[in-house]
Design a binder for this molecule. Structure first.
Ligand code: MMA
Ligand code: CA
Length: 312
């Protein structure tokens, strides 16, 4: 600094220089004459106060402050952006971690659900099989029930015959077509040869059945079918009747000596297979094919016949 500082602390030299420069400008610009005069008078009153100098300084400071402020704001904004970006990354990371956890949980739940589904599917399969099994059993029972119903109906229809049998026949005998009949249905009674069966009937006062009319035959057949047990082999399910061809092969005669007029032979019978001279009735769906000739020594069931008793 070239100007010398005075004892009162003012920059007199500089100030005077400024004044002298302004003097020129005052001459050139009369419009500012008043202002200059005022400045001069002010400097003359308070020479230590130099407004232009401070103004420049103040303006510079203000400008500097504004620049600093702008820089500061800029830095602040930049920092915010940086930290904001960092925050976003942190947020994304935590979001990813959360999503990962959710995904893991979902996978675990899916696996559990899969296991449960597999268990339920196998349980369902088992239930289906059981249902099929129960349906089969149900069908079996229904079939059995139907058979039993038919049997009951058959037995019921014979109640009057049995009741009549009680009045007109021996105990255990049935009254049909004005005659008493005995059917050896009970399994407690063993099968017998034709001759032994005849002896049983005779002891009771009767003889083996003579089925010499279609009406008789139908009644006998119905009863045989009602008591028929299909599980029994056909060879054991025959009932001896009072018919033989023992005297002359192929000439069938009833016990009373009368020749057979109308037979209800099964297809191909009588075939005299290994000498078969005795006739037996079998339970058949078609009652017109109910007879067969069998060896008289065979053990079969039998049907007895006896005249009814009528009290007067
Ligand atoms: C079969 C058949 C008959 C024969 C008997 C003997 C069930 O019928 O061959 O002709 O008389 O068996 O039991
Ligand atoms: Ca035969």
């Amino acid at each position: 600094m070239k100007d010398k500082e005075n004892s009162d602390g003012s920059y007199e030299g500089t100030y005077n220089k400024l004044i002298s420069q302004e003097d020129v400008s005052v001459d050139e610009h009369p419009l500012y004459a008043n202002l200059e005069k005022h400045q001069v008078s002010m400097s003359m009153v308070r020479p230590e106060f130099r407004p232009n100098h401070y103004r420049v300084l103040a303006v510079s400071l203000v400008v500097l402050a504004v620049i600093l402020l702008i820089v500061d704001i800029g830095l602040g904004v930049y920092y915010n952006k940086l930290t904001g970006g960092h925050q976003t990354i942190t947020d994304i990371n935590s979001e990813v971690a959360k999503l990962q956890a959710t995904y893991n949980l979902a996978i675990q739940r899916r696996d559990e659900a899969k296991k449960q589904l597999a268990a339920e599917v196998s349980e369902q399969q088992r239930t289906k099989w059981e249902l099929e099994h129960q349906n089969r059993r149900c069908k079996d029972y229904e079939n059995k029930a139907d058979k039993i119903k038919t049997e009951i109906a058959g037995l019921k229809s014979h109640i009057p015959m049995i009741e009549e049998g009680c009045r007109h026949c021996l105990p255990g005998w049935t009254f049909m077509n004005s005659q008493c009949y005995y059917f050896a249905f009970s399994e407690a009674i063993s099968r017998r040869s034709w001759l032994e069966a005849r002896q049983f009937c005779k002891k009771q006062g009767g003889d083996l059945a003579v089925i010499d009319s279609t009406a008789k035959h139908m009644a006998v057949s119905e009863l045989l079918n009602n008591y028929h047990d299909p599980s029994r082999p056909i060879t054991q399910s025959g009932f001896w009747i009072g018919l033989r061809d023992v005297e002359e092969e192929g000439v069938w005669k009833w016990l009373d000596g009368r020749r057979l007029a109308e037979g209800y032979w099964n297809d191909g019978e009588p075939n005299n297979l290994n000498t078969e001279d005795c006739a037996a009735a079998y339970p058949r769906a078609n009652p017109f094919k109910a007879w067969n000739d069998a060896p008289c020594s065979y053990s079969l069931k039998w049907i007895c016949e006896m005249a009814p008793r009528f009290e007067n």
